[in-house]
Design a protein around this ligand. Sequence first.
Ligand SMILES: [Ca+2]
Ligand SMILES: [Ca+2]
Length: 217
Amino acid sequence: MVRSSLDPGSALAAVGFVRWREATQIKLVGRTSDGAGLVVDAPVALDMVSPDAFLRLERKGRDIVASVSADGVAFVQAGRVALCAPPDSLLAGVAVAPARARCLGDAAATFCDLAWTELGPLPAQPFHRGDADANGLLELTDAVFVLEYLFLGRCASPCLDAADADDSGRLDITDAVRILGFLFLGAAPPPPPGPPGEDCGPDPGSVHLGCEAYGGC
Ligand SMILES: [Ca+2]
Ligand SMILES: [Ca+2]
């Protein structure tokens, strides 16, 4: 499990083996933001018997990716959950629990070969300015994305610098206005690296909001 804090309602992602009707499944559970409800990935049936298998949780930007392996070398992805606004550092731990919460008695497991890998700083992520939803297109939906983030509690863009359409160093309603002005009123395009149609690039300015992931290049 990784989680943003020790608060019981904190954002988290947890992957584990579950025994169900003599079969073994791997299940990923996530809470995308503090206080939100739990989301559960469809469990993946395994042709291996726990606990003789390896589990891995990787952080990729805001995504937490779970994978499983029979030999600790070749891993197969078993689920993915995107946390809304994970902190730079997450807490990590392992646990074992009874299959049913109401069951009394002890549960025991042996965890072996635990490893924690710390990643170095990531290279600057190229992106298109204004593409708030990071889909490689500049559309009305990008302005809507910004407004829903500001006023309806939507998850932030995975690339905040892309959502910062006017490169002001903050996200506000002017970013939605800038997108709409460019799309429909012939206003100037968003500042470098520019909107889709121009080359992707990193933020050339000195003020960065961050860009954890961008799939639109
Ligand atoms: Ca877009
Ligand atoms: Ca802005």
